[in-house]
Design a protein around this ligand. Structure first.
Ligand SMILES: Cc1ncc(COP(=O)(O)O)c(C=O)c1O
Length: 290
């Protein structure tokens, strides 16, 4: 529990987060049937809120879930949550579950999705990892194939990502990259991955299993200002081991340089290009939120 109390907007009402309970018959709880967004707010302002709500709407449409609130109403709900948040800077977790139904898997028994927006402190990545870089592994647990679950759906099903993260924990590493069924790198267990090779900034495409990360998009948009040529391209373990630099991106983590992959030290960490991107990223936050 945070020092100041986390709060939750639940279907229109603000309450202490620990009171925002869910029915054991909610299919979000029973089957992971639901979607979510992780959103950062700085100085009482959500970063890239429109992009997050757009991705939520796409996820909902992809799983045939009718959002019970319009984009405008969701925006309003996020603003209201931030007003009651324990701190000026923090993290929001917006969750939409399929709602209460019977014990069978059929979603037709659920007729009212539940919407929760939790506001809490950010559980920041340890400062030494941010400064010195993360030691990561490539997990043996794979991403699901596109015809199983499209990686662009930010769903409540994270079990294979959790298994990958457990592999990292057991190896004493800070994070795990996951491969897709064809052996190409897809993303991290809870972040996107980039490599820098010369002046090329490369990240796997969604068709290789990457979530369409909001931070990933910000970095792609800023890359040319950092003197880098952005491209979405398939990469394998070999490319990561031989990269000039590698880093991870995510809402909670922001940008994390990678020091080593599977015990191979990378050429530079943090690289000059990474530092430039990281400062452009902070400028974008300052411009939009501070
Ligand atoms: C599997 C996965 N990939 C990538 C990301 C990064 O996405 P974003 O930058 O939108 O937070 C996340 C963040 O939660 C994630 O869970």
């Amino acid at each position: 529990m945070s020092k100041k109390q986390a709060i939750c907007w639940k279907n229109g009402e603000i309450m202490p987060a620990h009171q925002a309970t869910v029915s054991i018959f909610d299919h979000g709880f029973l089957y992971g049937d639901g979607i979510f967004e992780g959103i950062r707010f700085y100085h009482h302002t959500a970063f890239r809120l429109t992009a997050h709500l757009q991705r939520l709407a796409y996820s909902a449409q992809a799983i045939g879930l009718n959002l019970p609130l319009s984009m405008q109403e969701l925006t309003q709900a996020v603003h209201e949550t931030i007003e009651h948040a324990p701190n000026a800077d923090g993290y929001l977790r917006l969750i939409v579950t399929r709602g209460e139904g019977n014990l069978g898997i059929n979603p037709e028994s659920c007729n009212k999705p539940n919407v929760f927006i939790i506001a809490d402190d950010v559980h920041v990545v340890a400062q030494n990892i941010k400064q010195q870089g993360a030691n990561i592994i490539i997990a043996s647990t794979r991403k699901l194939t596109l015809d199983g679950l499209d990686p662009r759906v930010k769903s409540l099903n994270y079990l294979n990502h959790i298994l990958a993260r457990m592999e990292a924990n057991h190896a004493g590493a800070d994070e795990a990259l996951m491969l897709n069924g064809n052996g190409f790198i897809a993303e991290g267990s809870a972040d996107n991955v980039f490599i820098i090779q010369g002046n090329h900034l490369i990240t796997p495409p969604s068709t290789d299993g990457a979530l369409a990360g909001i931070t990933r998009q910000v970095i792609l948009d800023l890359s040319q200002d950092a003197g880098l040529q952005p491209m979405e391209k398939s990469i394998g373990a070999y490319d990561v081991y031989n990269a000039d630099a590698c880093f991870l991106t995510g809402t909670g983590a922001e940008l994390i340089p990678v020091r080593s992959v599977d015990g191979r030290a990378l050429k530079s960490c943090p690289s000059k290009a990474f530092e430039k991107l990281a400062s452009l990223f902070q400028e974008a936050i300052a411009k939009e939120c501070l």
